[in-house]
Write a protein that binds this ligand. Structure first.
Ligand code: LMR
Length: 333
Protein backbone atom coordinates (compact mmCIF):
# COMPACT_ATOMS: atom_id res chain seq x y z
CA UNK A 1 0.00 0.00 0.00
CA UNK A 2 2.73 2.35 1.07
CA UNK A 3 4.58 1.53 -2.14
CA UNK A 4 1.46 2.19 -4.21
CA UNK A 5 0.97 5.66 -2.69
CA UNK A 6 4.57 6.47 -3.29
CA UNK A 7 4.29 5.31 -6.88
CA UNK A 8 1.09 7.33 -7.39
CA UNK A 9 2.72 10.35 -5.83
CA UNK A 10 5.67 10.12 -8.13
CA UNK A 11 3.38 9.66 -11.15
CA UNK A 12 1.46 12.74 -9.99
CA UNK A 13 4.70 14.61 -9.45
CA UNK A 14 5.83 13.67 -12.92
CA UNK A 15 2.50 14.71 -14.35
CA UNK A 16 2.86 18.12 -12.71
CA UNK A 17 6.52 18.59 -13.54
CA UNK A 18 6.26 17.11 -17.02
CA UNK A 19 3.51 19.11 -18.69
CA UNK A 20 4.25 22.22 -16.62
CA UNK A 21 7.83 22.43 -17.84
CA UNK A 22 6.82 21.44 -21.37
CA UNK A 23 3.96 23.94 -21.50
CA UNK A 24 5.57 26.82 -19.72
CA UNK A 25 9.01 27.55 -21.02
CA UNK A 26 11.04 30.31 -19.43
CA UNK A 27 10.38 33.41 -21.49
CA UNK A 28 13.31 35.70 -22.27
CA UNK A 29 12.29 39.02 -23.83
CA UNK A 30 15.07 40.66 -25.83
CA UNK A 31 14.31 44.26 -26.75
CA UNK A 32 16.37 46.51 -29.01
CA UNK A 33 15.96 49.63 -31.12
CA UNK A 34 17.35 48.85 -34.56
CA UNK A 35 15.93 47.04 -37.61
CA UNK A 36 16.04 43.23 -37.96
CA UNK A 37 18.28 43.59 -40.99
CA UNK A 38 21.30 45.02 -39.12
CA UNK A 39 24.28 43.45 -37.31
CA UNK A 40 22.43 43.69 -33.97
CA UNK A 41 19.10 42.55 -35.39
CA UNK A 42 20.70 39.52 -37.02
CA UNK A 43 22.80 38.62 -33.97
CA UNK A 44 19.70 38.78 -31.74
CA UNK A 45 17.87 36.40 -34.09
CA UNK A 46 20.87 34.08 -34.07
CA UNK A 47 20.83 34.11 -30.26
CA UNK A 48 17.12 33.22 -30.33
CA UNK A 49 17.69 30.35 -32.74
CA UNK A 50 20.65 28.88 -30.82
CA UNK A 51 19.29 29.59 -27.34
CA UNK A 52 16.00 27.81 -28.06
CA UNK A 53 17.86 24.93 -29.72
CA UNK A 54 20.45 24.39 -26.97
CA UNK A 55 17.84 24.53 -24.19
CA UNK A 56 15.58 22.15 -26.12
CA UNK A 57 12.78 24.68 -26.07
CA UNK A 58 12.93 25.16 -22.29
CA UNK A 59 13.63 28.81 -22.98
CA UNK A 60 11.54 30.82 -25.41
CA UNK A 61 13.34 33.90 -26.69
CA UNK A 62 11.11 36.70 -27.97
CA UNK A 63 13.02 39.35 -29.89
CA UNK A 64 11.45 42.80 -30.25
CA UNK A 65 13.16 44.82 -33.00
CA UNK A 66 12.91 48.49 -33.92
CA UNK A 67 11.87 49.89 -30.48
CA UNK A 68 8.60 47.96 -30.84
CA UNK A 69 8.59 47.26 -27.10
CA UNK A 70 10.62 50.10 -25.58
CA UNK A 71 12.64 53.11 -26.69
CA UNK A 72 16.24 53.69 -25.58
CA UNK A 73 15.82 55.06 -22.10
CA UNK A 74 12.68 53.06 -21.29
CA UNK A 75 14.30 49.77 -22.20
CA UNK A 76 17.06 50.21 -19.63
CA UNK A 77 14.51 51.00 -16.95
CA UNK A 78 12.41 48.02 -18.01
CA UNK A 79 15.45 45.77 -17.76
CA UNK A 80 16.15 46.91 -14.22
CA UNK A 81 12.52 46.32 -13.28
CA UNK A 82 12.55 42.89 -14.89
CA UNK A 83 9.85 43.72 -17.47
CA UNK A 84 12.32 42.66 -20.14
CA UNK A 85 15.28 40.35 -19.63
CA UNK A 86 17.85 41.23 -22.28
CA UNK A 87 18.96 44.28 -24.29
CA UNK A 88 21.92 45.40 -26.36
CA UNK A 89 22.18 49.20 -25.96
CA UNK A 90 25.06 51.05 -27.53
CA UNK A 91 28.02 51.97 -25.33
CA UNK A 92 26.80 55.57 -25.49
CA UNK A 93 23.59 54.83 -23.56
CA UNK A 94 24.89 53.77 -20.15
CA UNK A 95 25.74 57.27 -18.90
CA UNK A 96 22.21 58.10 -17.69
CA UNK A 97 22.32 54.81 -15.68
CA UNK A 98 25.36 56.14 -13.85
CA UNK A 99 27.94 54.09 -15.76
CA UNK A 100 29.79 56.88 -17.55
CA UNK A 101 32.97 54.92 -18.34
CA UNK A 102 31.39 53.31 -21.42
CA UNK A 103 31.41 56.75 -23.04
CA UNK A 104 35.13 56.23 -23.60
CA UNK A 105 34.04 54.39 -26.79
CA UNK A 106 32.46 57.67 -27.96
CA UNK A 107 35.71 59.63 -28.01
CA UNK A 108 36.31 60.65 -31.62
CA UNK A 109 39.13 58.80 -33.40
CA UNK A 110 39.95 56.67 -30.34
CA UNK A 111 39.81 53.47 -32.38
CA UNK A 112 42.45 53.30 -35.09
CA UNK A 113 40.82 50.18 -36.58
CA UNK A 114 38.60 47.15 -35.89
CA UNK A 115 41.47 45.03 -34.59
CA UNK A 116 42.01 47.63 -31.87
CA UNK A 117 38.37 47.31 -30.89
CA UNK A 118 38.72 43.56 -30.36
CA UNK A 119 41.86 44.11 -28.28
CA UNK A 120 40.04 46.51 -25.99
CA UNK A 121 36.74 44.65 -25.63
CA UNK A 122 38.51 41.31 -25.19
CA UNK A 123 41.13 42.68 -22.78
CA UNK A 124 41.24 43.78 -19.13
CA UNK A 125 39.48 47.10 -19.72
CA UNK A 126 36.60 45.43 -21.56
CA UNK A 127 36.15 43.06 -18.63
CA UNK A 128 36.42 45.78 -16.02
CA UNK A 129 33.75 47.88 -17.76
CA UNK A 130 31.32 44.94 -17.91
CA UNK A 131 31.85 44.45 -14.18
CA UNK A 132 30.59 47.98 -13.50
CA UNK A 133 27.10 46.96 -14.60
CA UNK A 134 26.63 44.53 -11.73
CA UNK A 135 25.78 47.24 -9.23
CA UNK A 136 22.99 48.42 -11.59
CA UNK A 137 21.11 45.13 -11.46
CA UNK A 138 22.40 43.88 -14.79
CA UNK A 139 25.13 41.62 -16.09
CA UNK A 140 27.16 42.46 -19.19
CA UNK A 141 27.41 39.30 -21.28
CA UNK A 142 29.12 40.36 -24.50
CA UNK A 143 30.24 43.17 -26.77
CA UNK A 144 28.47 43.29 -30.12
CA UNK A 145 29.80 45.23 -33.03
CA UNK A 146 28.20 47.69 -35.40
CA UNK A 147 30.73 50.00 -37.06
CA UNK A 148 32.15 53.43 -37.65
CA UNK A 149 29.97 56.53 -37.76
CA UNK A 150 29.36 58.92 -40.62
CA UNK A 151 27.86 62.41 -40.46
CA UNK A 152 24.70 63.28 -42.38
CA UNK A 153 23.02 66.61 -43.20
CA UNK A 154 21.28 68.48 -46.00
CA UNK A 155 24.46 70.29 -46.98
CA UNK A 156 27.98 68.97 -47.50
CA UNK A 157 30.16 69.27 -44.42
CA UNK A 158 33.88 69.34 -45.08
CA UNK A 159 35.46 71.36 -42.30
CA UNK A 160 34.62 72.14 -38.67
CA UNK A 161 33.37 75.59 -39.69
CA UNK A 162 30.60 73.94 -41.77
CA UNK A 163 29.05 72.54 -38.57
CA UNK A 164 28.63 75.88 -36.90
CA UNK A 165 25.12 76.53 -35.62
CA UNK A 166 23.68 73.28 -36.97
CA UNK A 167 21.47 71.08 -34.80
CA UNK A 168 22.60 67.47 -34.49
CA UNK A 169 20.77 64.56 -32.95
CA UNK A 170 22.96 62.66 -30.52
CA UNK A 171 22.65 59.56 -28.37
CA UNK A 172 22.49 60.23 -24.63
CA UNK A 173 26.24 60.66 -24.12
CA UNK A 174 28.07 63.65 -22.66
CA UNK A 175 31.09 62.84 -24.79
CA UNK A 176 28.99 63.13 -27.95
CA UNK A 177 27.50 66.35 -26.65
CA UNK A 178 31.02 67.74 -26.14
CA UNK A 179 32.08 66.54 -29.58
CA UNK A 180 29.40 68.58 -31.37
CA UNK A 181 29.98 71.61 -29.14
CA UNK A 182 33.65 71.59 -30.16
CA UNK A 183 32.44 71.80 -33.77
CA UNK A 184 30.25 74.79 -32.91
CA UNK A 185 27.08 72.73 -33.47
CA UNK A 186 24.05 72.31 -31.19
CA UNK A 187 23.64 68.73 -29.93
CA UNK A 188 20.21 67.36 -29.07
CA UNK A 189 19.82 64.02 -27.31
CA UNK A 190 16.95 61.98 -28.75
CA UNK A 191 15.71 58.39 -28.85
CA UNK A 192 16.80 56.45 -31.92
CA UNK A 193 13.19 55.75 -32.94
CA UNK A 194 12.53 59.49 -33.28
CA UNK A 195 15.48 60.38 -35.51
CA UNK A 196 13.93 59.82 -38.93
CA UNK A 197 11.01 62.10 -38.21
CA UNK A 198 13.20 64.73 -36.55
CA UNK A 199 15.34 64.86 -39.69
CA UNK A 200 12.34 64.88 -41.98
CA UNK A 201 10.62 67.74 -40.18
CA UNK A 202 13.79 69.74 -39.56
CA UNK A 203 13.70 69.44 -35.76
CA UNK A 204 17.40 68.65 -36.23
CA UNK A 205 19.62 69.34 -39.24
CA UNK A 206 21.80 66.27 -39.07
CA UNK A 207 22.97 63.23 -37.17
CA UNK A 208 25.82 60.74 -36.94
CA UNK A 209 25.42 57.00 -37.36
CA UNK A 210 26.66 53.83 -39.01
CA UNK A 211 25.88 53.03 -42.65
CA UNK A 212 23.69 50.18 -41.50
CA UNK A 213 21.53 52.39 -39.29
CA UNK A 214 21.38 55.22 -41.83
CA UNK A 215 20.17 52.75 -44.44
CA UNK A 216 17.71 50.62 -42.45
CA UNK A 217 16.06 53.64 -40.79
CA UNK A 218 15.83 55.33 -44.22
CA UNK A 219 17.64 58.41 -42.94
CA UNK A 220 19.35 58.68 -46.34
CA UNK A 221 15.97 59.54 -47.85
CA UNK A 222 15.75 62.69 -45.75
CA UNK A 223 19.42 63.72 -45.74
CA UNK A 224 20.96 65.00 -48.97
CA UNK A 225 24.57 64.35 -47.94
CA UNK A 226 26.42 61.71 -45.99
CA UNK A 227 29.99 62.51 -45.08
CA UNK A 228 32.23 59.44 -44.90
CA UNK A 229 34.17 60.54 -41.84
CA UNK A 230 34.54 57.32 -39.81
CA UNK A 231 35.16 59.67 -36.88
CA UNK A 232 33.63 57.52 -34.17
CA UNK A 233 32.24 54.13 -33.38
CA UNK A 234 28.95 52.46 -32.41
CA UNK A 235 28.97 49.10 -30.66
CA UNK A 236 26.84 47.39 -28.04
CA UNK A 237 26.88 45.69 -24.69
CA UNK A 238 24.48 42.78 -24.34
CA UNK A 239 23.00 43.07 -20.86
CA UNK A 240 20.72 40.73 -18.96
CA UNK A 241 18.69 41.28 -15.78
CA UNK A 242 20.95 40.04 -12.97
CA UNK A 243 18.27 38.32 -10.89
CA UNK A 244 16.74 36.58 -13.91
CA UNK A 245 20.16 35.30 -14.99
CA UNK A 246 21.29 34.16 -11.56
CA UNK A 247 17.98 32.41 -10.86
CA UNK A 248 18.23 30.27 -14.01
CA UNK A 249 19.07 26.60 -13.49
CA UNK A 250 22.83 26.26 -14.01
CA UNK A 251 22.52 23.94 -17.03
CA UNK A 252 20.16 26.33 -18.82
CA UNK A 253 22.39 29.31 -18.06
CA UNK A 254 25.32 27.38 -19.52
CA UNK A 255 23.36 26.59 -22.68
CA UNK A 256 22.37 30.25 -23.09
CA UNK A 257 25.99 31.31 -22.52
CA UNK A 258 27.06 29.02 -25.34
CA UNK A 259 24.33 30.47 -27.57
CA UNK A 260 25.49 33.97 -26.67
CA UNK A 261 29.13 33.19 -27.48
CA UNK A 262 28.21 31.83 -30.89
CA UNK A 263 25.74 34.63 -31.68
CA UNK A 264 28.44 37.14 -30.72
CA UNK A 265 30.99 35.56 -33.06
CA UNK A 266 28.39 35.50 -35.85
CA UNK A 267 27.27 39.12 -35.36
CA UNK A 268 30.80 40.46 -35.08
CA UNK A 269 31.74 38.58 -38.18
CA UNK A 270 28.98 40.03 -40.37
CA UNK A 271 29.00 43.61 -39.01
CA UNK A 272 31.55 45.09 -41.38
CA UNK A 273 30.00 43.45 -44.45
CA UNK A 274 26.52 44.63 -43.41
CA UNK A 275 27.79 48.21 -43.20
CA UNK A 276 29.57 48.05 -46.56
CA UNK A 277 26.42 46.66 -48.19
CA UNK A 278 24.30 49.39 -46.61
CA UNK A 279 26.68 52.03 -47.94
CA UNK A 280 26.50 50.53 -51.42
CA UNK A 281 22.71 50.40 -51.29
CA UNK A 282 22.59 54.09 -50.33
CA UNK A 283 24.95 54.95 -53.18
CA UNK A 284 22.84 52.95 -55.61
CA UNK A 285 19.63 54.63 -54.48
CA UNK A 286 20.91 58.01 -55.64
CA UNK A 287 18.90 59.66 -52.85
CA UNK A 288 21.92 60.90 -50.95
CA UNK A 289 25.35 62.07 -52.09
CA UNK A 290 28.28 60.48 -50.31
CA UNK A 291 31.07 62.94 -49.59
CA UNK A 292 34.47 61.40 -49.00
CA UNK A 293 36.63 63.55 -46.74
CA UNK A 294 40.15 64.38 -47.89
CA UNK A 295 43.15 63.77 -45.64
CA UNK A 296 43.40 67.49 -44.92
CA UNK A 297 39.71 67.67 -43.99
CA UNK A 298 40.05 64.66 -41.71
CA UNK A 299 43.04 66.28 -40.05
CA UNK A 300 41.10 69.50 -39.48
CA UNK A 301 38.18 67.60 -37.92
CA UNK A 302 40.52 65.63 -35.72
CA UNK A 303 42.26 68.79 -34.55
CA UNK A 304 38.99 70.54 -33.74
CA UNK A 305 37.84 67.62 -31.59
CA UNK A 306 41.14 66.94 -29.86
CA UNK A 307 40.42 69.00 -26.70
CA UNK A 308 37.68 66.49 -25.87
CA UNK A 309 40.27 64.08 -24.46
CA UNK A 310 41.16 66.55 -21.69
CA UNK A 311 37.64 67.96 -21.32
CA UNK A 312 36.09 64.53 -20.80
CA UNK A 313 38.87 63.00 -18.66
CA UNK A 314 36.94 63.85 -15.55
CA UNK A 315 33.71 62.25 -16.74
CA UNK A 316 35.08 59.07 -18.29
CA UNK A 317 38.19 58.79 -16.10
CA UNK A 318 41.70 59.65 -17.29
CA UNK A 319 42.91 56.19 -16.31
CA UNK A 320 40.16 54.62 -18.46
CA UNK A 321 41.11 56.74 -21.48
CA UNK A 322 44.82 55.99 -21.05
CA UNK A 323 44.14 52.28 -20.63
CA UNK A 324 41.93 52.29 -23.75
CA UNK A 325 44.57 54.02 -25.86
CA UNK A 326 47.31 51.71 -24.55
CA UNK A 327 45.33 48.53 -25.22
CA UNK A 328 44.25 49.73 -28.68
CA UNK A 329 47.80 50.66 -29.68
CA UNK A 330 49.70 48.43 -32.01
CA UNK A 331 46.68 46.65 -33.47
CA UNK A 332 46.61 46.45 -37.23
CA UNK A 333 43.72 45.40 -39.39
C1 LMR B 1 21.59 55.28 -31.99
O1 LMR B 1 20.84 55.60 -31.06
O2 LMR B 1 21.87 56.03 -32.91
C2 LMR B 1 22.17 53.88 -32.01
O3 LMR B 1 22.71 53.58 -30.76
C3 LMR B 1 21.11 52.88 -32.32
C4 LMR B 1 21.67 51.50 -32.23
O4 LMR B 1 21.27 50.76 -31.34
O5 LMR B 1 22.50 51.18 -33.09
Amino acid sequence: MHKLILAAASVAALAVAGPASAQAPIVLKFSHVVAPDTPKGKASEKFKELGEKYTNGKVKIDVYHNSSLYKDKEELEALQLGAVQMLAPSNSKFGPMGVKEFEVFDLPYILPNKAALRKVTGGPLGKRLLGLLDSKGMIGLAYWDNGFKQMSANKPLHLPADYKGMKFRIQSSKVLEAQFRLLGAIPQSMAFSEVYQALQTGVVDGQENTWSNIYTQKMFEVQKYIMETNHGYIGYVVVVNKKFWEDLPADIRGQLEKAMQEATAYGNDIAEKENIEAMEAIKKSGRSTIVVATEAENAAMRKAMEPIYDDMAKRVGKATIDEFVKEAAGATN
